[in-house]
Design a protein around this ligand. Structure first.
Ligand SMILES: [Ca+2]
Ligand SMILES: [Ca+2]
Ligand SMILES: [Ca+2]
Ligand SMILES: [Ca+2]
Length: 288
């Protein structure tokens, strides 16, 4: 997600900074792109000891802002439905500004030139709701000794190669047929959040059904415990955070395993984007 911070400092320099929210976990730096007084773009790195995670972002090296305050704008990201914003706060106690749709204005970031204390703004949140999510799981031979009803990873529960099919209402925008990878994992992407879907595992030759486990949003399953050699299915409603752990376990034993189900995980409903404004030394020093 692209964010743009703009304003003028106390001696009239115009500042425009742009950054992207991070798309990974344990991120220790972000890139800021600065245009000072409309000049050429300068790229620099913001480092942080507070690691950033997916959706968070960081501006740094902000000079004390002029009377108008900074304005912060979000460019609406593709594949998200717009939600409401939440105003953050400034560590120096200044006016954190006003909140509009995808915009904060009048953010009075002030560095204390007497004590040297840098201002820090946190909690400027842009709310978005994903249109699409991912579904996935694993197909494996239940190989635990004694057998259990959970995925213990490929070294204990070896992968089985097969084909998975996806049928959704409303229909998925992504591929609806896929195959397991080398570890037995499969994944469907661009599946509409809120859709009701059925994942069908084509029963791999030579195996009997052992059990299925349902990921978040799971409603029902077929072709699980002691059900012979038919195809297996899991039906679910797609949560905004996606659904993994939709697993199909097989056995070479004729009788299969006793029927048991693994509980469905809880689901969180909204993904929020967090802004951290970290103030620091001014870009330039000018004598007023
Ligand atoms: Ca938005
Ligand atoms: Ca909004
Ligand atoms: Ca196991
Ligand atoms: Ca099966």
């Amino acid at each position: 997600m692209l964010l743009t911070l703009s304003g003028s400092d106390t001696v009239g320099n115009t500042i425009e900074l742009r950054t992207e929210s991070v798309n990974a976990t344990q991120v220790v730096s972000t890139v800021n792109r600065l245009r000072l007084n409309g000049g050429p773009e300068e790229v620099f790195t913001c480092s942080t000891t507070t690691r950033l995670t997916r959706g968070e972002y960081l501006f740094c090296r902000l000079p004390t802002v002029g009377a108008e305050g900074y304005t912060l704008v979000e460019t609406q990201p593709a594949d998200y439905l717009d939600r409401t914003e939440t105003l953050g706060s400034l560590s120096n106690g200044g006016n954190a500004g006003l909140v509009g749709n995808d915009i904060f204005s009048g953010i009075r970031v002030r560095n204390n030139l007497v004590t040297g204390a840098s201002d820090r703004g946190t909690g400027f949140l842009f709310g978005e709701f994903p249109v699409f999510a991912e579904l996935g799981g694993r197909v494996y031979l239940e190989g635990s000794v004694p057998p259990n009803v959970q995925d213990d990873d490929p070294d204990e529960d070896p992968p089985i190669a097969t084909e998975l099919r996806l049928s959704c209402a409303p229909a998925s925008s992504g591929d609806t047929v896929t195959n397991t990878d080398i570890d037995g994992n499969y994944r469907f992407s661009r599946v509409p959040v809120g859709a009701t879907c059925v994942i069908t595992e084509l029963q791999p030759a030579g195996f009997n059904n052992a059990y299925n486990t349902m990921g978040p949003g799971g409603l029902s399953e077929t072709g699980g415990a002691q059900s012979g050699r038919g195809d297996s299915t899991i039906q679910l409603v797609v949560p905004p955070t996606g659904s993994f752990g939709n697993n199909f376990a097989e056995t070479t034993a004729t009788a299969g395993l006793p029927p048991q189900k693994v509980p469905t995980s809880p689901v969180s409903l909204v993904i929020l984007f967090l802004l951290i404004l970290a103030a620091g030394a001014p870009f330039t020093r000018r004598t007023p």
